[in-house]
Ligand binder design. Structure first.
Ligand code: NAD
Length: 263
C-alpha cells in the first residue's frame, strides 16, 4: 500500500514535538503539505526547520497559536482557512490526585484537550464537506476508556474527545469526510519523558527501561509491556488520514499495546 497525500493540506495541532511531530513527519513524507502548530514562535519555527531538514516531500508551514483559547484557534483559522486533514493532537496530561485537582486543572485540560478540537472541527469541517473529502482525527487515549485514577480530569477529557469524534462522524453522514479517534497507550513522547524525568535522574536507567517499568506498574494490562514509539502512533494516523481508510468513520481505533482489556 503506497500512501500518497500529494495535494492535500494537513494541520497537526501541537506538533512541535512528541506524537504530533511524528505525525507531521509521516504525513509530509507521504506528500501532504503540512502546517505545524505550537504555542511559541521560536519553538514552532524550530520544528519547521527540523522537518524541512528531514527530506520530506510536502511543503511545511508553521503557525504559533495557543489553542487553549478561542482567540488562538481563531488566529490559526484566519491564517489557514482550509485544510483537508485535521489532526487534533494538542493535549496536556498532568497526574494530580482528584482531591488536589482544582477547577483550574479541570478547565485547563478541558480547554486544551477538548475545546481546541471542537473549535477547529467547527471551523474546518464545512470546507471539507464542500469539497466532499476530508479527514478529522482526534488523538484521544486509552485513558478515555480506562479512566486513570491518578488523572481523572485527563481521562474525562479524552472520553469527551471520543464522543465528539463519534458525533461529528454521524454529522458528516453521506459525505466523503471521515472523523475518527485514535487511542494511543503510553507512548514515549517528549511529554512523557518529562513526566518520567525525576525517576530517570534518580535511577540513571535508560528512558525506555523506565517507561517499560511505568507501563507495568500503571498499565498492567499492557500486552506489549512497554511504551510505544511516537512513530508507531503516526503509522496508524497516516493510514486513517489516507484515501485507503474511506470506510472507517466514527471509530475509536486503538494503538494502545493491548492496554484496553476488552474484545
Ligand atoms: P507532548 O507533550 O510531547 O507534546 C504536546 C504538544 O502539544 C507540544 O507540541 C506542545 O507544544 C503542544 N501543545 C500543548 N498545549 C498546547 C496549546 N495550548 N496550544 C497549542 N499547542 C499545545 O505530548 P504527546 O505525548 O506527544 O501527546 C500528544 C497527544 O497524544 C495528546 O493529546 C495526548 O493526550 C495524547 N496521548 C499521549 C499519550 C502518551 O503516552 N504520550 C498517550 C495517549 C494519548
Amino acid at each position: 500500500m503506497q500512501i500518497d497525500l500529494t495535494g492535500r493540506t494537513a494541520l497537526i495541532t501541537g506538533s512541535t514535538e512528541g506524537i504530533g511531530y511524528a505525525i507531521a513527519r509521516q504525513l509530509a513524507s507521504a506528500g501532504a503539505d503540512v502546517v505545524l502548530n505550537g504555542r511559541s514562535d521560536e519553538k514552532t519555527a524550530k520544528a519547521a526547520d527540523r522537518l524541512k531538514g528531514e527530506g520530506v516531500k510536502g511543503s511545511i508551514d508553521a503557525v504559533a497559536a495557543d489553542l487553549a483559547t478561542a482567540a488562538g484557534c481563531g488566529a490559526l483559522v484566519a491564517r489557514i482557512p482550509h485544510v483537508d486533514i485535521l489532526i487534533n493532537n494538542a493535549g496536556i496530561f498532568q497526574p494530580i490526585d482528584f482531591f488536589e485537582a482544582d477547577d483550574e486543572v479541570w478547565d485547563r485540560h478541558w480547554q486544551v484537550n477538548v475545546m481546541s478540537a471542537v473549535r477547529l472541527s467547527r471551523a474546518y469541517l464545512p470546507g471539507m464537506q464542500k469539497s466532499n473529502w476530508g479527514r478529522v482525527i482526534f488523538i484521544a487515549s486509552e485513558s478515555g476508556f480506562n479512566i486513570p485514577v491518578e488523572m481523572i480530569h485527563y481521562g474525562v477529557s479524552k472520553t469527551a474527545d471520543i464522543a465528539v469524534a463519534r458525533g461529528l462522524a454521524k454529522r458528516m453522514a453521506g459525505t466523503g469526510v471521515t472523523v475518527n479517534s485514535v487511542l494511543p497507550g503510553p507512548t514515549l513522547s517528549e511529554g512523557v519523558e518529562a513526566m518520567l524525568a525525576e525517576e530517570r535522574a534518580k535511577t540513571g536507567k535508560p528512558i525506555e527501561e523506565i517507561a517499560a517499568a511505568f507501563v507495568k506498574q500503571h498499565r498492567g494490562s499492557s500486552i506489549i509491556q512497554r511504551a510505544a514509539s511516537v512513530e508507531e502512533i503516526a503509522n496508524l494516523v497516516t493510514y486513517l488520514a489516507s484515501p485507503f481508510a474511506s470506510a472507517t468513520t466514527g471509530a475509536s481505533v486503538r494503538v494502545d499495546g493491548g492496554v484496553i482489556d476488552t474484545l
